[in-house]
Design a protein around this ligand. Structure first.
Ligand SMILES: [Zn+2]
Length: 566
């Protein structure tokens, strides 16, 4: 009989474990008779085991990302994915069922129980193979879009790698790069259309299998959206149309004027409108770290302390180098309760924003680590992104050299301006994506036909995204939905960013009045992890979990005041 107390102290001692070594621990947990007297011990032990196994998975995933040429690391990770992960998921499901069937309701466990109940209610054996199929289609989407390359200055580059050219001041070069990318993407139009139809069939079938009248209501449960409804999201779309679209149009108009253009074309959206070179962060990674450490310390010495811990524990892998996976993220080593930030800094201002953003996630992880059970620690994305986007805005006053950062006062102001403009321009786009998906799953038969999707997207685009002249590029506009990864691979998962951004902006508004009080509330909310509802988490952070044009309009007015040219 295995005993949970025989578990190694460190997850690093379990990296090579096989399923047969892990299985007895699950069996022991699943075999316990649960009662009010022992349920907390059960949750403690489950957490002890889950944290170690979770950390194994995280360590193996990070190991393959820090060196993509390390074949052994790749094999170790794949072995974990194939041999361990599906079995551990199944075993976890058994433990969840066991707890649910016991009818016990441990204190502080209301939200996790609710998530478990939702999972159990929609679980259908028949959907498992469909989920595998769905994952394969997602991989296919990644393959199609990831292999979109063009020839640029004699070299083959991905369309993503062309993006920095769109920030250059040479307009002809921007137009050339933009057209090249757009033409290349259009070549996959048919392939993505047929992939879309496969996705749709699968998803409608999954909803039917689970006994739901439509895919959206199925997905709502699957995503644990207990605190808001599709109606709330529609209200938010309308609020954006009313309160944000006019402000976004003013930003585009000012940009056109500054650039001296009668009309903005698609390739004029990323360049600095005053013709300045892009903001640059310290290229030296140690200076970069020291600077961000100082910025975070400015926000709150505790956040600086967290970052210092990550520096001394070696859980910051920041610089771009050969054989490193692309992208950036924050993951947590659960057993040692230490976050890890992975990114590819090359000395751009965007890298500073990425690191500050990920440090918001890392601080969330530090603040919530005292919660005893792993199911309590994670807030939904609707709040997790308040932590990260909130940190971006709370950190803004400390970007200047005079306040501990590394920018001139002018550049620090420019950094905030760029961030606030990005926020205003994002909401209308988010509304297009969200409204489009409502239409898709309210009219699944029509949406099965890609030409109808093209028409729907085009209409929404012109309604919610005025300010840029797209004439002559009707096909590029019409296929915009094909370029939004989430529509294909994570349906309905997008409004979260818009909601969280509204939360983060409210935290920022509070900070403008009283920085110390705003930071204190923000920290308090982070420490709640996933133990409270979204309205409660937002309220703790000093914000309202809101969909209405009043709340949104107030924030947009404040942003526009800050953006007003001196
Ligand atoms: Zn994030």
């Amino acid at each position: 009989m295995s005993n949970l107390s025989s578990l190694p102290e460190k997850a690093t001692e379990m990296l090579e474990w096989s399923w047969s070594q892990l299985e007895p621990y699950y069996a022991e947990l699943a075999g316990r008779d649960l009662s009010a007297a022992n349920v907390e011990t059960f949750l403690n032990d489950w957490t002890r085991f889950h944290d170690r196994l979770g950390e194994v998975g995280t360590r193996l995933a990070i190991a393959k990302d820090v060196n993509t040429a390390d074949k052994e690391a790749e094999q170790r990770f794949n072995r974990f994915l194939e041999d361990i992960f599906p079995k551990s998921e199944e075993a976890e499901q058994k433990l969840k069922t066991r707890l649910l069937e016991s009818g016990l309701k441990p204190a502080g466990f209301e939200r996790p129980l609710r998530r478990m109940q939702a999972d159990a209610a929609i679980f259908r054996e028949a959907n498992l193979p469909l989920q595998v199929e769905d994952a394969k289609l997602s991989t296919e989407y990644g393959k199609i879009t990831g292999s979109q390359t063009v020839e640029w200055e004699g070299k083959e580059v991905t369309v993503t790698q062309l993006r920095p050219v769109l920030m250059e001041t040479d307009r002809a070069r921007r137009e050339k790069a933009w057209r090249l990318a757009a033409e290349r993407q259009l070549k996959d139009r048919d392939a993505l259309n047929s992939l879309w139809q496969k996705f749709m069939k699968l998803r409608l079938q999954m909803a039917t299998n689970a006994g739901f009248p439509d895919y959206r209501s199925f997905r709502w449960q699957e995503m644990h959206r207990f605190d808001y409804t599709p109606e709330n999201c529609k209200q938010f779309q309308q609020a954006i149309e009313q309160a944000v679209v006019p402000a976004a149009t003013r930003i585009y108009a000012r940009r056109a004027k500054q650039l001296g253009l009668a009309a903005l074309k698609p390739w004029d959206q990323d360049v600095d409108p005053l013709g300045r070179a892009p903001l640059a962060a310290p290229a030296n990674v140690d200076q970069f770290k020291a600077g961000v450490h100082s910025i975070l310390t400015g926000v709150d010495p505790q956040f600086g302390g967290y970052f210092q811990t990550m520096m001394s524990e070696g859980t910051l892998d920041l610089e771009n180098r050969k054989n490193k996976a692309p992208g950036g993220y924050c993951a947590t080593y659960d057993a040692v309760k230490l976050p890890f930030i992975f990114m590819n800094a090359v000395g751009l201002h965007g890298d500073v924003m990425t690191l500050v953003h990920e440090s918001g996630h890392a601080s969330h992880s530090f603040e919530a680590r005292c919660l005893p059970w792993f199911q309590q620690r994670h807030a939904g994305l609707e709040f997790a992104e308040v932590a990260s986007m909130g940190m971006e805005l709370l950190a803004a006053p400390y970007f200047a050299k005079s306040a501990g950062g590394f920018y001139s006062d002018e550049d620090a102001g420019r950094a905030l301006t760029e961030n606030l403009q990005k926020d205003v321009l994002f909401w209308p786009y988010m509304a297009v994506v969200d409204r489009f998906q409502d239409w898709v799953y309210e009219n699944p038969q029509a949406a099965m036909e890609p030409a109808n999707c093209d028409r729907q997207w085009t209409a929404l685009w012109h309604r919610l995204m005025p300010g840029v002249d797209w004439s002559g590029f009707e096909d590029v506009v019409a296929t915009g939905w094909q370029r939004k990864l989430h529509i294909f691979t994570a349906p309905f998962y997008y409004v979260e960013y818009g909601l969280a951004q509204l939360g983060a902006c409210q935290v920022w508004a509070n900070a403008l009045k009283d920085q110390a009080a705003a930071v204190a509330a923000y920290r308090k909310a982070l420490a709640l992890g996933g133990t409270k509802s979204l309205p409660e988490l937002y309220a703790a952070a000093g914000a309202k979990f809101a969909f209405d044009s009043g709340t949104l309009g107030a924030v947009v007015t404040l942003i526009e005041e800050k953006l007003a040219p001196a």
